[in-house]
Design a protein around this ligand. Structure first.
Ligand SMILES: CCCCC/C=C/CC(=O)SCCNC(=O)CCNC(=O)[C@H](O)C(C)(C)COP(=O)(O)OP(=O)(O)OC[C@H]1O[C@@H](n2cnc3c(N)ncnc32)[C@H](O)[C@@H]1OP(=O)(O)O
Length: 396
């Protein structure tokens, strides 16, 4: 109820801030027509995504429309090459800002993000892309899992919601990691995000629309789910690589401390706004981050909500290497392919040696963090912080 009302308010609000409403029939036709007239776009998956754009059951909201528009222009024309429209051309200006905001990402990269967003919205993979993806398309709803050349790729696939993690997505990620750990054809797993975000952390909607009398049960269930989720990362026996393709928030940042390598694009940021949300650290970060970066630097993130650039995260040991945004996919692919062809048993035993040193401490930290969070989710501070997030959205 709350969120629907918010959307109605938003959709009739017309022009507000960075966002505009492509609400006239002409603009909408232009928007849909645009999907059909890409110039020189050769990729079959791109063509399929363009077609799919016109079959979406639900029209995307304005923010996503601008993102799709900008990625389409970047994919077909390259970096923004038109003059900034006049101050009163609100729609033209918002579109110009969206396109120029993509900077100099390559046409390939833009095509890929375009395809991911549209397939995410359509909720399935284009047949062409399924083929291209290799052996196994995912049977999941909010992530996309593909296995090819010994690599299991797990794509967080809710681009319209910045890949925020719902109850379902937590379970799907646990399932995908468990499946990859048992599949002998897989020697390495990679996690990355669809669209321009890696992941915006816990979906704050997880705690909304819950009858107050059911809150204690929600908190208990959430505690158990989080404990299982983090355990899946602690005990994953094969190399686990993070490909942080954009901003990362909350639990998607903290569990990176349990990965074996983390590659970040130079546009990625790392933010754990726990105390702003009346919450507390999770993902074993209360144990791993002080070890990685020292107490005061860890507190800067976990207590004082400092957002790190990719280079700062690399200096603190959370990121292995920062790579240029427009060659990020290719660079990560090279590193992953190298790991994939290493003698798998040797790699697994090497990983076990390292992980066994602190496995017990990690499980202890996870248990403790989940216990504290169970209380936090029931606190006035947390409820108020989450409500204000959605109230702020409603005002836009
Ligand atoms: C089992 C339970 C385990 C719990 C474990 C606990 C974990 C702790 C955490 O993870 S704390 C961190 C939680 N995450 C956040 O606080 C981030 C909230 N989101 C934002 O601040 C912003 O959305 C942003 C900075 C990530 C992106 O801002 P931007 O303006 O670029 O984009 P929008 O805000 O318009 O986002 C697009 C739509 O996506 C929705 N959305 C984004 N993030 C979340 C989220 N975490 N939860 C729910 N919804 C999210 C946003 O509301 C927009 O939706 P709309 O188009 O319907 O308005």
């Amino acid at each position: 109820m709350y969120r629907t009302e918010r959307r109605q308010k938003y959709d009739t609000s017309g022009f507000s801030g960075q966002r505009c409403l492509l609400n006239s029939r002409v603009q909408r036709t232009q928007f849909l027509h645009m999907g059909r007239t890409a110039f020189g776009a050769h990729d079959a998956a791109f063509e399929a995504a363009k077609e799919r754009l016109n079959t979406l059951k639900e029209e995307p909201d304005n923010n996503v429309k601008l993102q799709i528009y900008a990625l389409f222009k970047q994919a077909t024309k390259g970096p923004c090459n038109t003059p900034k429209p006049g101050a009163f051309d609100f729609v033209g200006r918002a579109k110009w800002q969206a396109w120029s905001g993509l900077g100099d990402i390559s046409q390939d990269e833009a095509q890929k993000q375009y395809i991911d967003i549209i397939n995410g919205l359509a909720g399935e993979e284009s047949p062409a892309e399924t083929e291209q993806a290799g052996e196994e398309a995912s049977s999941y709803k909010e992530i996309k899992v593909t296995k090819e050349n010994k690599v299991c790729s797990i794509l967080l696939n809710r681009p319209a919601k910045k890949n925020a993690i719902t109850w379902l997505m937590y379970n799907e990620i646990v399932q995908a990691l468990d499946d990859a750990s048992k599949d002998d054809s897989v020697t390495v797993a990679v996690i990355t995000g669809a669209g321009d975000y890696y992941c915006s952390g816990n979906d704050l909607g997880n705690f909304m629309n819950i009858d107050p009398k059911d809150m204690p049960k929600m908190a208990r269930d959430g505690k158990e789910l989080l404990r299982r989720f983090v355990t899946a990362f602690i005990d994953f026996p094969k190399p686990l690589i993070g490909a942080v393709n954009g901003p990362a928030v909350g639990v998607s940042v903290t569990v990176l401390g349990l990965f074996d390598a983390v590659y970040a694009t130079d546009k990625a940021t790392f933010h754990t706004p726990f105390t702003e949300l009346g919450q507390s650290a999770e993902g074993c970060s209360s144990y791993v981050f002080p070890k990685l970066m020292g107490n005061t630097k860890a507190n800067e993130m976990l207590l004082f909500n400092k957002k790190l650039t990719a280079h700062e995260a690399c200096e603190r040991g959370l990121v292995t290497e920062v790579l240029p945004h427009d060659s990020f996919q290719k660079e990560v692919q090279t590193r992953v392919e190298y790991v994939a062809q290493l003698p798998p048993q040797s790699v697994r035993e090497g990983k076990k040696l390292v992980r066994d040193q602190e496995r017990e401490d990690l499980h202890k930290a996870n248990e403790k963090e989940c216990e504290v969070l169970e209380g936090r989710w029931l606190s006035e501070e947390c409820v108020r912080a989450i409500m204000s997030f959605f109230t702020k959205k409603a005002r836009l």
